[in-house]
Design a protein around this ligand. Structure first.
Ligand code: NAD
Ligand code: TYD
Length: 350
């Protein structure tokens, strides 16, 4: 039985990856390692927690000794590394936590793999999940390819860029079998409501202000989280060692257009007259270092490994809104406690 370590499996994307692997590969033992920060929530996995091939380990990747002990104890065959601090606004408030988890944590995992996999035969894989934000910001045209130079602007993207460099360096220096993917913005169920889409669905529902940064002209490429999970599955099994693959949704939206679309869907699903919530739109001070536009050229992934997104945004968006409206309890649980303080700090003075 292959032993696969998935880090950050209690978070948004990680929980979808864990579910996919646990269900699709009963012949793999899946170890979900997570510190359970504010963003990690085991409720995301209640449907699969009793599967015999699923195991949970509560641990902090910043603890290097612990990572070594776990690699020694379990002798993992593969790693899919998603654990990270992931929110740009929080990185502007507190960069150090991002350096610790995203850089030091990643290097701790690499060190453990380096020591434990040293004498091993057979196929191993260290898969590092990264973001398109490492490439920086685009103008009106063009798209990031795998060879676009790195130019991160936020402490979050700088920490992810740094971790990508270490992963490549450990491949080139020590021969660790690695693969990296850089993906665009994800949306879908189980995303913590500090990120644009779940935050705004929740605010529209409760008729709270919608804080649009700057002029709302920034552009993001949106991919459904379940498709990110299938792309990760494809790359983990078919990707070439040492390579990087961009993952995207072919689905660019200007923030303000996306927000108006959300308003239309939420109002309609709640039986409100069309346009009811448009007055909630509130332009606030722009995010510092706010990247104007991200766009992905994912042709390498399509041409070499045959993966491309299938979910139409209109459909993915409708079902995502339905999920947040139907999962009131989940939203209540994650927005109690420290979330309230975060919200006040972020938005009360803007
Ligand atoms: P998330 O914030 O929802 O989840 C992160 C998970 O990591 C949480 O479960 C958290 O408890 C865990 N974690 C944090 N610090 C840890 C530590 N020190 N030790 C162990 N576990 C820890 O993040 P997400 O949006 O699911 O992103 C997952 C990965 O995908 C990240 O590496 C992120 O950079 C990358 N990514 C995200 C997006 C996106 O749109 N969300 C896009 C591209 C890439
Ligand atoms: P976000 O979901 O934080 O993802 P990222 O910054 O990683 O792309 O933000 C998506 C876009 O929405 C980004 O351009 C910032 C903008 N935004 C707002 O205008 N208001 C908000 O309250 C948030 C959270 C984001």
């Amino acid at each position: 039985m292959k032993k696969i370590l998935i880090t950050g499996g209690a978070g948004f994307i990680g929980s979808h990856v864990v579910r996919l692997f646990v269900k699709k590969y009963p012949e793999y033992a899946i170890y979900n390692l997570d510190k359970l920060t504010y963003a990690g929530n085991l409720e995301n996995l209640t449907d699969i927690e009793k599967y015999p091939n699923y195991h949970f380990i509560k641990a902090d990747i910043v603890d290097g000794n612990k990572m070594f002990e776990l690699f020694q104890q379990y002798q993992f065959d593969g790693v899919i590394h998603l654990a990270a601090e992931s929110h740009v606004d929080r990185s502007i408030e507190n960069p150090m936590e991002f350096i610790m988890t995203n850089v030091v944590g990643t290097v701790n995992l690499l060190n453990a793999a380096r020591k434990i996999w040293k004498d091993s035969t057979g196929k191993k894989m260290f898969y590092h999940v990264s973001t398109d934000e490492v490439y920086g910001s685009l103008g009106e045209t063009g798209a990031f390819t795998e060879t676009t130079p790195y130019m991160p602007h936020s402490p979050y993207s700088a920490s992810k860029a740094s971790s990508d460099h270490f992963v490549r360096a450990y491949h080139d220096t020590y021969g660790i079998p690695i693969v990296i993917s850089n993906c665009s913005n994800n949306y879908g169920p189980n995303q913590f409501p500090e990120k644009l889409i779940p935050l705004f669905i929740n605010n529209i529902k409760h008729q709270k202000k919608l804080p649009v940064y700057g002029q709302g002209i920034n552009v993001r490429d949106w991919l459904h989280v379940e498709e990110h999970a299938t792309a990760i599955d494809t790359i983990f099994h078919k990707g070439k060692i040492g390579e990087t693959y961009n993952i995207g949704g072919n689905n660019e939206w200007k923030n303000i257009d996306l927000i108006k679309k959300l308003i239309e869907i939420v109002d309609r699903k709640l039986g409100r007259p069309d346009g009811t919530s448009l007055s909630l739109i509130t332009y606030v001070t722009d995010r510092a270092g706010h990247d104007l536009r991200y766009a992905i050229d994912a042709s390498k992934l399509k041409n070499e490994l045959g993966w491309e997104p299938k979910i139409k945004f209109t459909e993915g968006f409708e079902t995502t809104v339905e999920w947040y409206l139907a999962n009131e309890k989940w939203l209540e649980n994650v927005t109690s406690g420290s979330y309230q303080e975060y919200y006040r700090k972020m938005y009360d003075n803007r």
